[in-house]
Ligand binder design. Structure first.
Ligand SMILES: Cc1cc2nc3c(=O)[nH]c(=O)nc-3n(C[C@H](O)[C@H](O)[C@H](O)COP(=O)(O)OP(=O)(O)OC[C@H]3O[C@@H](n4cnc5c(N)ncnc54)[C@H](O)[C@@H]3O)c2cc1C
Length: 318
């Protein structure tokens, strides 16, 4: 049987998220036809962007008022209905995908393969377990639909060079009456998004306080970087929890990761394993972070960061 793979697009109502292009990259490794489903209220521009993703055959535009916000309870019945025509349904392993896909899989009576980091074949996938310390392969039996979330740090986004057809689809799926969108409150930031940034500067418990975290923000701004944090920094209230990097936070793969006052616990390190270059600043020379760092600076972050800032300024003005 030919594989038919459906990718659920992630977007913010205006722009297609890069997570979709990475999920399509994973989908293409499962040989078959790849379609992208765009749920929204007014999703024309997003569907156009999805149609440009290399390797996509069709974009399905599913527009209705209720789809304006990405509510799992509302999207899941529609995804389960669409899934009837597909062998595989994939979504990014992001907050969005982790929210919606298990629910859709349950409605479709299928299991879910979480955090796919490699496609072994159309039914077997590799995924990390134990905070990335063990890789396991998971096989979905013949005849069972494959629902999978895709680990974004493991796939390179496909290029925007395709020209898929776009079809408007109306689904007759019963939507729940118990869940409705009230409002979205989110932190507005001029800084790059943590999951898409090329450079990330993170602070840990060693930063000491919410006020002290300014030194991390200032340094990040100098580099045009996103800001992350360890769980200890989040739990201590230095920064909000959407900045947490690691096993129970965000899994990221920037070109450059700078960890300041972070010890390097396995749950943190699992979130940065795919980073290009890791720089660690820590006053303890035996901190485990130095075992995985490409560049280690032993010393007080409050002395080292201003020195680095001055060096960057000097380099910029020369
Ligand atoms: C189920 C589970 C899930 C978890 N998920 C996550 C996760 O997603 N992300 C995560 O980060 N953690 C996670 N953790 C927590 C993790 O185990 C660690 O407790 C946490 O990462 C420690 O954070 P930290 O490195 O900031 O703090 P610490 O381990 O306390 O380290 C602070 C470091 O700062 C250094 N330091 C102190 N002052 C300075 C200074 N002035 N200059 C330079 N260095 C200084 C110290 O030498 C020390 O190495 C999880 C734990 C569990 C059990």
């Amino acid at each position: 049987m030919t594989n038919r793979i459906l990718v659920i697009a992630q977007h913010d109502g205006e722009r297609l998220d890069a997570a979709t292009a990475k999920t399509v990259a994973c989908a293409r490794l499962i040989e078959g036809e790849v379609d992208v489903a765009v749920f929204g209220a007014n999703a024309g521009g997003i569907a156009d962007a999805a149609a440009k993703l290399a390797g996509v055959s069709r974009v399905l535009r599913i527009e209705r008022e209720e789809n304006a916000a990405p509510l799992a309870a509302v999207l899941a019945p529609q995804i389960a209905r669409l899934a009837e025509n597909y062998t595989h349904v994939l979504a990014p392993s992001s907050t969005f995908g982790k929210d919606v896909l298990p629910r859709a899989a349950a409605l479709a009576g299928a299991p879910q393969v979480s955090d796919i980091q490699r496609v072994i074949n159309a039914r077997s996938f590799e995924r990390p377990i134990y905070a990335g310390n063990v890789l396991t392969s998971v096989r979905v039996p013949e005849g069972v639909k494959v629902f999978g979330t895709v680990r974004l740090a493991s796939f390179q986004a496909v290029a925007a060079e395709g020209s898929a057809s776009i079809e408007s689809v109306s689904l007759d799926a019963a939507l729940p009456s118990h869940t409705r969108f009230v409002k979205l409150e989110s932190a507005k930031s001029e800084r790059p998004d943590l999951q898409g940034a090329k450079i990330v500067v993170s602070g840990g418990r060693g930063v000491g306080s919410k006020e002290n975290f300014d030194i991390i923000f200032r340094f990040a701004d100098k580099l045009g970087a996103a800001v992350g944090a360890s769980r200890a920094a989040v739990d201590a209230g230095f920064v909000p929890n959407d900045m947490q990097v690691g096993q129970t936070g965000k899994i990221i793969a920037p070109d450059l990761y700078i960890a300041c006052g972070i010890s390097g616990a396995i749950q943190h390190v699992t979130g940065i394993k795919d980073a290009g270059t890791i720089v660690a600043i820590n006053k303890d020379p035996d901190a485990p972070i130095f075992e995985i760092a490409d560049i280690g600076l032993v010393g007080d972050l409050f002395a080292i960061l201003p020195e680095l800032e001055a060096a960057i300024d000097a380099a910029k003005s020369s």
